[in-house]
Design a protein around this ligand. Structure first.
Ligand SMILES: [Zn+2]
Length: 172
Protein backbone atom coordinates (compact mmCIF):
# COMPACT_ATOMS: atom_id res chain seq x y z
CA UNK A 1 0.00 0.00 0.00
CA UNK A 2 1.57 3.31 -1.06
CA UNK A 3 0.45 5.14 2.09
CA UNK A 4 2.24 2.55 4.22
CA UNK A 5 5.46 3.58 2.50
CA UNK A 6 4.72 7.21 3.37
CA UNK A 7 4.13 6.35 7.02
CA UNK A 8 7.29 4.26 7.15
CA UNK A 9 9.16 7.16 5.61
CA UNK A 10 7.67 9.51 8.17
CA UNK A 11 8.85 7.22 10.95
CA UNK A 12 12.37 7.47 9.50
CA UNK A 13 12.02 11.23 9.29
CA UNK A 14 10.94 11.45 12.94
CA UNK A 15 14.18 9.71 13.90
CA UNK A 16 16.13 12.29 11.90
CA UNK A 17 14.07 15.07 13.46
CA UNK A 18 14.91 13.88 16.95
CA UNK A 19 18.60 13.47 16.07
CA UNK A 20 18.74 16.99 14.60
CA UNK A 21 16.10 18.57 16.80
CA UNK A 22 18.04 21.80 17.40
CA UNK A 23 18.17 22.59 13.67
CA UNK A 24 14.43 22.12 13.28
CA UNK A 25 13.67 24.06 16.45
CA UNK A 26 15.89 26.91 15.27
CA UNK A 27 14.09 27.00 11.91
CA UNK A 28 10.73 27.06 13.68
CA UNK A 29 11.86 29.74 16.15
CA UNK A 30 13.77 32.04 13.81
CA UNK A 31 11.90 31.47 10.55
CA UNK A 32 13.21 30.55 7.16
CA UNK A 33 16.03 32.30 5.30
CA UNK A 34 16.47 30.31 2.08
CA UNK A 35 19.08 31.54 -0.39
CA UNK A 36 17.64 29.86 -3.47
CA UNK A 37 14.20 29.73 -5.09
CA UNK A 38 13.96 26.43 -6.99
CA UNK A 39 11.36 26.21 -9.76
CA UNK A 40 11.13 22.60 -10.85
CA UNK A 41 8.90 20.01 -12.46
CA UNK A 42 6.28 18.01 -10.58
CA UNK A 43 7.80 14.83 -11.95
CA UNK A 44 8.13 12.31 -9.12
CA UNK A 45 11.67 11.42 -10.20
CA UNK A 46 13.02 14.94 -9.84
CA UNK A 47 13.25 15.81 -6.15
CA UNK A 48 15.03 19.14 -5.53
CA UNK A 49 16.34 18.40 -2.04
CA UNK A 50 17.57 15.00 -3.19
CA UNK A 51 19.29 16.32 -6.32
CA UNK A 52 20.88 19.34 -4.64
CA UNK A 53 21.58 17.66 -1.31
CA UNK A 54 19.87 20.48 0.55
CA UNK A 55 18.47 20.57 4.05
CA UNK A 56 15.30 22.07 5.52
CA UNK A 57 15.49 25.83 5.19
CA UNK A 58 17.83 25.81 2.17
CA UNK A 59 15.38 25.91 -0.74
CA UNK A 60 12.13 27.77 -1.30
CA UNK A 61 10.43 25.67 -3.95
CA UNK A 62 7.57 25.47 -6.37
CA UNK A 63 7.00 22.57 -8.70
CA UNK A 64 4.57 22.25 -11.59
CA UNK A 65 4.25 20.30 -14.81
CA UNK A 66 7.26 21.22 -17.00
CA UNK A 67 8.52 23.83 -14.49
CA UNK A 68 6.65 26.61 -16.30
CA UNK A 69 6.79 30.23 -15.18
CA UNK A 70 3.59 31.84 -16.54
CA UNK A 71 3.59 35.41 -17.80
CA UNK A 72 3.07 38.16 -15.28
CA UNK A 73 -0.50 39.28 -14.71
CA UNK A 74 -2.10 35.90 -15.34
CA UNK A 75 -5.00 35.42 -12.87
CA UNK A 76 -4.34 32.72 -10.30
CA UNK A 77 -0.63 32.68 -11.09
CA UNK A 78 0.72 30.65 -8.18
CA UNK A 79 4.23 30.67 -9.60
CA UNK A 80 4.21 34.47 -9.76
CA UNK A 81 3.05 34.63 -6.16
CA UNK A 82 5.86 32.30 -5.09
CA UNK A 83 8.46 34.37 -6.97
CA UNK A 84 7.17 37.59 -5.39
CA UNK A 85 7.20 35.99 -1.95
CA UNK A 86 10.71 34.63 -2.41
CA UNK A 87 12.25 37.78 -3.88
CA UNK A 88 10.34 40.53 -2.10
CA UNK A 89 9.71 39.02 1.33
CA UNK A 90 12.44 36.41 1.79
CA UNK A 91 15.04 38.37 -0.22
CA UNK A 92 16.20 35.19 -1.98
CA UNK A 93 19.22 36.16 -4.12
CA UNK A 94 19.21 33.20 -6.53
CA UNK A 95 16.52 31.59 -8.66
CA UNK A 96 17.08 28.19 -10.24
CA UNK A 97 14.69 26.96 -12.91
CA UNK A 98 15.50 23.28 -13.27
CA UNK A 99 14.08 21.26 -16.11
CA UNK A 100 14.91 17.63 -16.72
CA UNK A 101 15.32 15.09 -19.46
CA UNK A 102 12.35 12.89 -20.38
CA UNK A 103 9.89 15.56 -19.23
CA UNK A 104 6.37 14.35 -19.89
CA UNK A 105 5.04 17.90 -19.87
CA UNK A 106 7.42 19.07 -22.57
CA UNK A 107 6.75 15.93 -24.60
CA UNK A 108 3.02 16.66 -24.36
CA UNK A 109 3.55 20.28 -25.43
CA UNK A 110 5.43 19.10 -28.50
CA UNK A 111 3.03 16.31 -29.42
CA UNK A 112 -0.14 18.23 -28.61
CA UNK A 113 -2.80 17.84 -25.97
CA UNK A 114 -6.48 17.16 -26.61
CA UNK A 115 -7.98 20.23 -24.93
CA UNK A 116 -11.48 18.72 -24.91
CA UNK A 117 -10.24 15.77 -22.85
CA UNK A 118 -7.50 17.46 -20.78
CA UNK A 119 -8.41 21.16 -20.72
CA UNK A 120 -6.29 22.07 -17.71
CA UNK A 121 -3.17 20.36 -19.00
CA UNK A 122 -3.62 21.93 -22.43
CA UNK A 123 -4.08 25.44 -21.02
CA UNK A 124 -1.15 25.03 -18.65
CA UNK A 125 1.30 23.79 -21.25
CA UNK A 126 0.32 26.54 -23.69
CA UNK A 127 1.85 28.95 -21.19
CA UNK A 128 5.25 27.57 -22.15
CA UNK A 129 4.98 28.58 -25.81
CA UNK A 130 6.06 32.18 -25.24
CA UNK A 131 9.10 30.87 -23.35
CA UNK A 132 11.22 31.95 -26.27
CA UNK A 133 10.78 35.52 -25.16
CA UNK A 134 13.64 36.83 -23.13
CA UNK A 135 13.24 37.49 -19.45
CA UNK A 136 15.15 40.42 -18.09
CA UNK A 137 16.60 40.01 -14.61
CA UNK A 138 16.28 42.89 -12.21
CA UNK A 139 20.02 42.93 -11.64
CA UNK A 140 19.93 41.67 -8.08
CA UNK A 141 18.65 38.20 -8.83
CA UNK A 142 20.71 35.67 -10.74
CA UNK A 143 18.62 33.33 -12.88
CA UNK A 144 20.09 29.86 -13.41
CA UNK A 145 18.71 27.49 -16.03
CA UNK A 146 19.55 23.97 -14.96
CA UNK A 147 18.77 20.55 -16.41
CA UNK A 148 18.61 17.30 -14.45
CA UNK A 149 19.41 14.15 -16.45
CA UNK A 150 17.30 11.21 -15.31
CA UNK A 151 19.74 8.76 -16.89
CA UNK A 152 22.97 9.97 -15.29
CA UNK A 153 21.83 11.98 -12.26
CA UNK A 154 23.94 14.90 -13.49
CA UNK A 155 23.02 18.56 -13.33
CA UNK A 156 23.87 20.76 -16.30
CA UNK A 157 23.58 24.47 -16.94
CA UNK A 158 22.83 26.16 -20.24
CA UNK A 159 25.72 28.12 -21.73
CA UNK A 160 24.25 30.92 -23.84
CA UNK A 161 27.53 31.46 -25.68
CA UNK A 162 28.13 27.86 -26.76
CA UNK A 163 24.43 27.06 -26.93
CA UNK A 164 24.88 23.75 -25.11
CA UNK A 165 24.25 22.19 -21.77
CA UNK A 166 27.41 21.78 -19.73
CA UNK A 167 27.65 19.50 -16.71
CA UNK A 168 27.93 21.59 -13.58
CA UNK A 169 31.24 21.36 -11.77
CA UNK A 170 30.62 19.89 -8.36
CA UNK A 171 32.77 21.25 -5.52
CA UNK A 172 34.88 18.64 -3.74
ZN1 LIG B 1 8.91 17.22 -16.20
Amino acid sequence: MPTDKLLFGHRQFKKKFEAEREVFVQLAREGQDPKVLWIGCSDSRVIPDQIAGTDPGDLFTIRNIANIVPFSGMPGNAVGAVIEFAVLRLKVPHIVVCGHTECGGIKALRSGVDASREPHIAAWLELARPALERVEAAGRVALHGWLYDLHTGALSSFDRISGRWDTLAVPE
